[in-house]
Design a protein around this ligand. Structure first.
Ligand SMILES: [Fe+2]
Length: 302
């Protein structure tokens, strides 16, 4: 029986789901309705949840398909698919503290990520920002979109992951961290909608461009996709669950609560190789109008 409500949290994307207890499991009809909501809104926020066991969370994530193994993070002993999110007084870094799409350096980056926050910082903070890369794409003039569609970008992770989890006992002396090339504009495999697929954390170069030209274009794109018009900000309550689509969104976990502690469990579903389908329909009109002057001339454009 389908029995939940999806309430949009902005005119652009994101929805809060109420009336559903994830701990009791999801029947097939409800799962189908949730998938529809997921494709419509890009990220779903499940309020009023109880603490999910690692098994329960993994079981839910498996409904989306096979699970993704993180290339660097220390995983939960009980289940290697569970990535423990934990920042505290002695943390040298906090996970996700910069704009990124999860593990876009993988050949097959995660399709979706499900995060439950078990422990909130005592003094508040620890919100997560999300940004809609479909809206960012639609806001560009058609001729700019055409130019971007012909480009491929390199995503790397050595600079992100090397030594990152040393404080959690990870010795990565012999580790080789992934790198991949992906289209700058990708087509969503389920909805057919295009989105911009470069992010400040992992994307290092436009393939085939001179380094200066590549840096200039990427910086322009990073600044564009990080505009607040494409964003929402989620304030967690204890045991809230967020499920986001890595094929459509970027996110940024704000570390404004140090020296407080924040803890949770993350599980990701394995995705497929990003692609661009030239026959996929173009969105006709931007759904966000940027003020005149906001789209300052892009580098290398005419
Ligand atoms: Fe992330």
């Amino acid at each position: 029986m389908v029995n939940f409500e999806a309430q949009p949290v902005s005119p652009v994307f994101g929805a809060e789901i109420t009336g559903m207890d994830l701990a009791v499991g999801i029947d097939d009809a409800t799962f189908e309705a949730l998938e529809e909501a997921f494709h419509a809104h890009g990220v779903l926020f499940f309020r009023g949840q109880s603490l999910l066991s690692a098994d329960a969370q993994v079981g839910l994530a498996r409904r989306l398909g096979p699970l993704h193994q993180h290339p660097a993070a220390p995983m939960d002993d009980a289940d290697s698919a569970v990535f423990v999110i934990h920042a505290h007084r002695d943390s040298p870094v906090a996970n996700g503290n910069g704009w990124h799409t999860d593990v876009s350096c993988d050949e097959e980056p995660p399709l979706a990520t499900m995060l439950q926050i078990h422990q909130l910082p005592q003094g508040g903070g620890g919100d997560t920002l999300f940004a809609d890369m479909e809206a960012a794409y639609r806001a560009l003039p058609p001729e700019w979109r055409s130019q971007l569609k012909s480009l491929t970008a390199r995503h790397e992770s050595e600079h992100v992951y090397r030594g990152r989890y040393a404080d959690r006992g990870v010795d990565d002396t012999d580790a080789i961290y992934p790198a991949a090339e992906h289209p700058v504009v990708r087509t969503h495999p389920d909805t057919g909608r295009p989105s911009i697929y470069v992010n400040r954390s992992f994307t290092t170069a436009i393939v085939g461009m001179e380094p200066d030209q590549s840096d200039e274009l990427l910086n322009w794109l990073f600044n564009h996709v990080e505009r607040p018009e494409f964003q929402i900000r989620f304030t967690w309550q204890q045991n809230d669950v967020a499920l986001w689509d890595n094929r459509r969104l970027q996110h940024f976990a704000i570390w404004d609560y140090w020296p407080d502690e924040r803890k949770g469990h993350r599980v990701s579903g394995r995705g497929t190789k990003p692609f661009f389908d030239p026959d996929a329909p173009e969105p006709p009109e931007p759904t966000i109008r940027l003020s005149i002057g906001a789209l300052a001339a892009r580098p290398g454009g005419s």
